[in-house]
Design a protein around this ligand. Sequence first.
Ligand SMILES: Nc1nc2c(c(=O)[nH]1)N[C@H]1C(S)=C(S)[C@@H](COP(=O)(O)O)O[C@H]1N2
Ligand SMILES: [Mo]
Length: 169
Amino acid sequence: MSFISRGFRGKRRDTAAAGRVPPGQYVVEDFPVLSAGPTEQVTKDIHCVTKWTKLDTAWTGVSVDTILDGVDTAAEYVVAFSYGGYTTNLPLEDVTGGKAWVAFEFDGQPLHPEHGGPARLLVPHLYFWKSAKWVRGLRLVNEDQPGFWESNGYNMYGDPWREQRYWGD
Ligand SMILES: Nc1nc2c(c(=O)[nH]1)N[C@H]1C(S)=C(S)[C@@H](COP(=O)(O)O)O[C@H]1N2
Ligand SMILES: [Mo]
């Protein structure tokens, strides 16, 4: 995990800035990005139930482990819920242990709105409908409750390696 991202580029001394720059400071042209925080860069293969697979997709996000850090729960399932009303259900086990992220960048750029920006869930080991776009929260629940697609015939779990596409798979 990288706690410090891109640093500062170069120093610039500008006479026009005289009197405006506190001691020990230097003026920059760009707006440096220096985030201290538990963001992670992950590269994962993703699999859609409609049969496309995209290899080596590169994301920046926060691990769900970090989001749930300090949360003490007996719940065994989560319902991810999104702006717009979409929901999807997952075992808590499948979003913890380094398996899921709330992602806000794709390929080093802010996540486009059509792909779930500003932030989406990323659960690459399950079919991609589990990766809720525009994610608003995770509800911890004791019993597995079908989300939007799961109520409409998609599998409750959705393991692509076992082709768990629909009910009964
Ligand atoms: N909020 C929300 N999340 C969603 C969906 C949706 O309709 N609404 N569709 C799901 C489905 S079925 C798929 S395949 C993926 C598509 O993600 P993409 O548009 O980034 O390819 O998002 C999933 N997450
Ligand atoms: Mo999908």
